[in-house]
Write a new protein. Structure first.
Ligand SMILES: [Zn+2]
Length: 427
């Protein structure tokens, strides 16, 4: 028994050992020059931005011990406003674990009410929910497992439709968690499932549309982030370069086949923005591509859920040029943001809406919203859900806000779907 306890204690302590000595900072550039100075430090100091820095908006960046002095020196030289976010990342992650554990006492199962929104669920529970929902509502819900992940986990999504996609209705496609550590994105999608079949208050949404809901694109990454390395972002593939086992994984949202690897991606395979050895090198992005290709002429609205930042972003992100659909993209984006703001009872900032390259002063290629737009989907968005905690600490949105963020996001999706229905005709 004693040996077991020592072993368990060692496991708990070892979980965040990697983050010993790491710190995170808020940085708030006041002009484009400072923003560029920050970005120029990313490679040199192996900076990990948890949220996007923009002019006049504070972002969170994690810095490893050997680079903290150099990083702070340049911040001072460039006069970039900054302050500490987390003094001891390892301890904060342990604290985040306690928040989760405190909520977990009765929450590790699917109840009669479906999945709960009081905590972040392990992959197994999310998959159990998808399976049981498909069984329980088999008239409208079909579960599809198109492929296994790099490490062999099934990738699962739901098709929700009154007639199994037989009539020509516009399709709404929502995915989440291509970036492993963005946990809040998953309940935002399972809540859409809940509102389409379990607790229907907007019957027109299933009357007028067919839905594809893929809550965990990056199953390997989510599992790894959940169990081992909390701040993991990429996939877990090891076959992309010679150092694959030392630096596994690809940034899935740089891996799509549109203007691939031309901006905002890391050439260094150890970078968190590594675009892969070629477009669609990852099975996870090929699964999304397969869904897109199967339904392309019917997809009216595509949303990829990310966090954090309270933003609704749209193409073109790879170079900041204006889409032919700019006015409808912006108009529908603003309406979604307004609806989210109206829904929320929390003091999160109001969503900003815009072309991602312009809003962020940052171009990034190979992202899924650009790719789907290039295929002809008129309304394609990246949602950056709100976070962190309302008081700005920690690396997860406090579990007590999961339900509210899911409800608010759904309000935006409802509006987006109805807007898409107004403008979209199947050709
Ligand atoms: Zn993301």
């Amino acid at each position: 028994m004693k040996v077991l306890l020592v072993f368990l204690f060692t496991l708990v302590c070892a979980k965040h050992e990697l983050y010993e000595g790491w710190k995170s900072f808020f940085v708030k550039p006041s002009n484009v020059e400072q923003l560029n100075a920050l970005r120029n430090m990313v490679h040199k100091f192996e900076l990990d931005f948890i949220s996007h820095p923009t002019v006049h908006t504070a972002a969170v960046v994690v810095v490893k011990p050997p680079h903290q002095h150099g990083f702070l020196t340049i911040l001072a030289e460039e006069d970039i406003e900054h302050w500490i976010h987390v003094e001891d990342v390892k301890a904060q992650l342990a604290f985040d674990d306690q928040l989760i554990e405190a909520q977990h006492t009765t929450k590790r199962s699917i109840g009669t009410e479906g999945i709960t929104y009081e905590n972040y669920q392990p992959l197994e529970i999310i998959y159990e929910y998808l399976e049981t929902t498909a069984q329980k509502y088999n008239e409208t819900v079909t579960i599809v497992t198109p492929a296994n992940s790099f490490e062999g986990r099934p990738i699962k999504y739901l098709k929700v439709s009154k007639d199994n996609f037989r009539s020509n209705k516009p399709v709404i496609f929502i995915d989440a968690c291509i970036h492993a550590r963005e946990w809040i994105t998953i309940p935002a999608v399972t809540y859409a499932i809940h509102k389409l079949v379990e607790n229907v208050t907007e019957p027109d949404l299933l009357e007028n549309f067919d839905w594809i809901l893929l809550p965990v694109v990056n199953a390997d990454g989510y599992k790894y982030s959940y169990d081992v390395e909390r701040l993991w972002r990429k996939t877990r593939s090891t076959d992309q370069h010679v150092l694959g086992t030392i630096c596994p994984g690809v940034d899935g949202n740089r891996n799509y086949n549109f203007s691939w690897n031309s901006a905002g991606s890391g050439k260094n395979p150890c970078s968190d923005q590594f675009a892969g050895s070629k477009p669609f090198s990852e099975i996870e992005t090929r699964v999304v591509d397969g869904i897109l290709k199967e339904h392309i002429h019917k997809i009216a609205l595509y949303i990829s859920m990310h966090s954090f930042g309270s933003m609704i972003l749209y193409p073109w992100g790879h170079d900041g040029t204006i889409s032919k659909e700019e006015s409808i993209l912006h108009d529908a984006g603003i309406k979604m943001a307004d609806e989210i703001f109206q829904s929320s009872t929390l003091q999160f900032p109001k969503y900003k809406v815009g072309n991602s390259a312009i809003l962020l002063d940052y171009t990034a290629s190979g992202a899924s919203d650009d790719y789907t737009h290039s295929l002809g989907v008129p309304l394609t968005y990246t949602f950056e859900l709100p976070g962190f905690d309302l008081d700005g600490s920690g690396f997860i949105l406090n579990p007590k806000y999961i339900k509210q963020v899911s409800v608010d996001t759904w309000a935006g999706v409802v509006t987006g779907a109805r807007e898409a229905g107004k403008i979209f005709t199947i050709t």
